[in-house]
Ligand binder design. Structure first.
Ligand code: NDP
Length: 313
């Protein structure tokens, strides 16, 4: 079964919904597929306090519900489904949904986001939203004067540890190797911050707590003869071990960096395929904020509108 649309938006985070609002208002009759996680990453965070326009803050799920309603107001056709295959070899572009339905689209806005990596511990799920977070900028504020741990040794982990050190009373940085992978400047900042204690050669094997995280079970030099197991008392556990951009099905057609982030033309959302745009975290290894994703969704929508009018579509 094949259907032809003028504008297909894939993903329902702030980028996808903002693209939907703009293309809906511009009468492009957009169709949006919600994807794997309807509402995107914000639906797994608690309170969003840094999205402009909400002086008292707003729940992540509530914010995404509002964006969805705003898109619906402009007639956007919002559907449940996951894009499972893409053929961007020639326009109209063919996107397969749920391995069965093929949508032919004159323009495609890829806003499939990125997924934070977790260690894979059962306790991470058990304490999701109760002390476990993969976003210090989103949730750090709730840990003022508390003790937190950040896992990871890259630039993100260092950045998050430094950010959290500005709020929390103490930050453990749990690093599995005997060294940090982060850039020298970030390493220096971490090592010189009196609130951060780096636990090199440490792995986390579990979390504990009655009504939320109260501590972590850690292992020093796991598997070695001098292995040492002990607990640290913490109130928050932050993962910063990387993100995986959800770009796999597009990689054959458009450029991505070594991690998988879609490469666009300069600061625009244009990919190297005309009429195909990338917005939000799937194309953003640097900022990954709801507001920057929303802004890029707006840019993608404006680009799609121009493309359609230039090509009389
Ligand atoms: P990275 O891939 O650079 O680092 C991931 C870190 O997590 C590594 O230290 C890695 O350990 C660790 N890790 C991965 N899996 C596990 C695991 N299962 N258990 C424990 N530790 C684990 O990701 P980042 O998100 O830090 O950075 C991504 C890119 O973005 C990089 O290129 C970075 O430079 C860039 N960036 C730049 C910033 C800046 O310039 N200000 C800010 C943020 C990101 P190991 O070293 O052992 O593999």
């Amino acid at each position: 079964m094949t259907e032809r649309v003028r504008c297909l938006i894939i993903g329902s985070g702030p980028a996808g919904y903002t693209a939907a609002i703009y293309t809906g208002r511009a009468n492009l009759n957009p169709v949006l597929y919600e994807g794997l996680q309807p509402g995107g990453q914000l639906t797994i965070t608690t309170e969003v306090e840094n999205f402009p326009g909400y002086p008292e803050g707003i729940g992540g799920t509530e914010l995404m519900d509002d964006l969805r309603k705003q898109a619906e107001r402009f007639g956007v056709d919002i559907r449940t489904g996951i894009a499972t295959k893409a053929d961007l070899s020639a326009a109209p572009y063919k996107i397969t949904i749920d391995n069965e339905q093929v949508i032919e689209a004159d323009t495609v806005i890829i806003s499939t986001g990125a997924t934070a990596k977790y260690l894979g511990l059962e306790d991470e799920q058990k304490y999701a939203g109760m002390g476990v977070s993969a976003c210090a900028t989103c949730d750090g504020f709730f840990y003022r004067k508390k003790v937190v741990a950040v896992v990871g040794g890259g630039d993100t982990a260092c950045e998050e540890a430094i950010y959290l050190a500005g709020l929390a009373s103490k930050v453990y940085l749990i690093v599995r190797k005997p060294y940090l992978r982060a850039s020298q400047i970030m390493q220096d900042r971490v090592m010189n911050n009196p609130k951060i204690e780096v636990l090199f050669e440490h792995n986390t094997v579990g979390l504990f707590g009655e009504n939320g995280v109260e501590g972590a079970h850690v292992v020093k030099r796991m598997g070695e003869a001098d292995e040492k197991r002990y607990d640290i008392a913490i109130d928050g556990f932050f993962l910063a071990i990387g993100h995986k951009p959800n770009s796999d099905i597009f990689k054959e057609w458009i450029d991505t960096d070594e991690v998988g982030y879609i490469i666009t033309e300069g600061a625009s959302p244009r990919t190297k395929v005309p009429g195909v745009f990338a917005a939000g975290d799937v194309a953003d290894p640097h900022y990954r904020q709801a507001i920057t994703a929303a802004a890029s969704g707006c840019k993608a929508a404006i680009e799609a509108e121009r493309y359609l009018s230039e090509h009389n579509l």
